[in-house]
Design a protein around this ligand. Structure first.
Ligand code: UDP
Ligand code: MG
Length: 316
C-alpha cells in the first residue's frame, strides 16, 4: 500500500482547522488504497493552533505535528514538512481549505498513471481577491518568467502532489532564501497542471498583506532582501524622480518667466539624476550581496521546539 504524506503549514489557523480536519478525513475515507500521514507544521502561531493539532494527533494515529520555536514563514514550514515526510507521494496543502482536498483523489489518479512526477494546481480565476493584487500578481509572473529560467506558472499554488524523487530533489536544494515556486520549476520533472477555480478561505484572514507579497516577489526575483540596501535603491530611484520633476519645473519656469541665472539648474539636475541612478544600481548589486551573506551564514531553516515524533532533528 502506498503512503501519502500531507504537509499542512499552519500559522494562526485555529478557527479553520476543525473544518479542515473534517474535510480531509472525509477525503481519506474514500481513498482506501492508500495509507496517510498528515504532518501539521505549526509555524509559531500565537493562537490555539498548537493545542488543536495536538488534539488531532492524540485522536488519530496518522496525524503528526511539528511546532517551530517562532514564526519562520511558510517556506520554512514546507521545508520542515518535506524533510520529515516519509510517504511515497508528498503533497503540500494550506490549512484554510483554499487548496481543496476534494481534488486530491484526482491528483493521485493522475500521478499513478506514471506519466508525471508531480501534479500541481493553478488557479484559473482570482475571484474574491482585490483587483490591484491580481493585477500585480499577473505582472509579476510575466516579469519573472522573462528574467529567470525557472518556469513559474501564473496562478500556480504551492498545492501539489509529488513523487518521492522530486521531494528528495527539493530537500537537496538547501538554500536559505527559499522561493518554492521557483525551486519546483527549477528542478524540472514532468508536471501536470491542474486548473481550478479560486476558493475563499474558510475562516480567519490571509497572512499575506500586499507589502508582504511585494517582498516575497522580490525574493523570487533576487532571492532575498537586505532592507538597508533596498532603501538605497529606492532612495536612488526617488532622487531620479525628483530630479526629473525639478527639471520639468525649471524648464517650464524658464519658458514662462525667464531665469536670471543661466545654467546652474540643469547642472544640478544632471548631478542628482546620475547620483540617483548610481545609488539605484548599487542597491541592486547590494541585494545580491545580501543574499550571498545570508547563504554563507548557513543558519538553520527552522528550529523545532516541540513535535509528536521523538527522533527528528530539532534544527533543520
Ligand atoms: N502560513 C505559514 N506561515 C506564515 C504564513 C502562512 O505557515 O508565516 C500558512 C497558513 O497558515 C496557510 C498557508 O501558509 O496554511 C497559506 O497562507 P494564507 O492562506 O495566509 O495565504 P494565501 O492563501 O492568502 O496566499
Ligand atoms: Mg489561504
Amino acid at each position: 500500500m502506498k503512503k501519502v504524506s500531507l504537509i499542512i503549514p499552519c500559522y494562526n489557523e485555529a478557527e479553520g482547522l476543525p473544518a479542515f480536519d473534517k474535510e480531509i478525513n472525509r477525503i481519506m475515507s474514500d481513498l482506501l488504497d492508500y495509507c496517510f500521514e498528515i504532518i501539521y507544521v505549526n509555524d509559531g502561531s500565537t493562537d490555539s493552533t498548537l493545542q488543536i493539532i495536538k488534539g488531532f494527533s492524540e485522536e488519530q494515529e496518522a496525524v503528526k505535528y511539528i511546532s517551530f520555536s517562532r514564526n519562520f514563514g511558510k517556506e520554512s514550514a514546507m521545508y520542515a514538512g518535506f524533510c520529515n515526510a516519509t510517504g511515497d507521494y508528498v503533497a503540500v496543502m494550506d490549512a484554510d481549505l483554499q487548496d481543496p482536498p476534494a481534488i486530491l483523489p484526482e491528483m493521485l489518479r493522475i500521478i499513478e498513471t506514471g506519466e508525471y512526477d508531480s501534479v500541481a494546481t493553478r488557479r484559473v480565476t482570482r475571484k474574491g481577491e482585490p483587483a490591484i493584487r491580481s493585477f500585480c500578481a499577473r505582472k509579476f509572473y510575466k516579469f519573472i518568467n522573462k528574467i529567470s529560467d525557472a518556469d513559474i506558472v501564473d496562478g500556480a499554488r504551492d498545492y501539489r502532489l509529488m513523487t518521492r524523487d522530486m521531494v528528495d530533489a527539493i530537500i537537496a536544494i538547501g538554500e536559505r532564501n527559499r522561493f518554492s515556486k521557483g525551486i519546483f520549476g527549477w528542478i524540472g520533472y514532468r508536471t501536470y497542471w491542474y486548473p481550478y477555480e479560486n476558493v475563499q478561505r474558510v475562516a480567519g484572514e490571509t497572512k499575506w498583506s500586499f507589502w508582504k507579497l511585494v517582498k516575497y516577489s522580490m525574493e523570487g526575483i533576487v532571492n532575498f532582501s537586505e532592507a538597508p540596501l533596498a532603501v538605497a535603491s529606492w532612495f536612488g530611484l526617488g532622487c531620479t524622480g525628483v530630479s526629473i520633476l525639478a527639471l520639468l519645473f525649471i524648464v517650464i519656469r524658464r519658458l514662462i518667466f525667464g531665469d536670471p541665472v543661466a545654467g546652474w539648474a540643469s547642472t544640478v539636475c544632471i548631478i542628482v539624476f546620475i547620483g540617483g541612478i548610481q545609488l539605484f544600481c548599487m542597491g541592486v548589486i547590494g541585494q545580491y550581496i545580501g543574499k550571498t551573506y545570508t547563504e554563507t551564514k548557513r543558519r538553520p531553516h527552522y528550529i523545532i521546539s516541540e513535535s509528536s515524533e521523538k527522533n527528528i532533528d530539532k534544527i533543520g
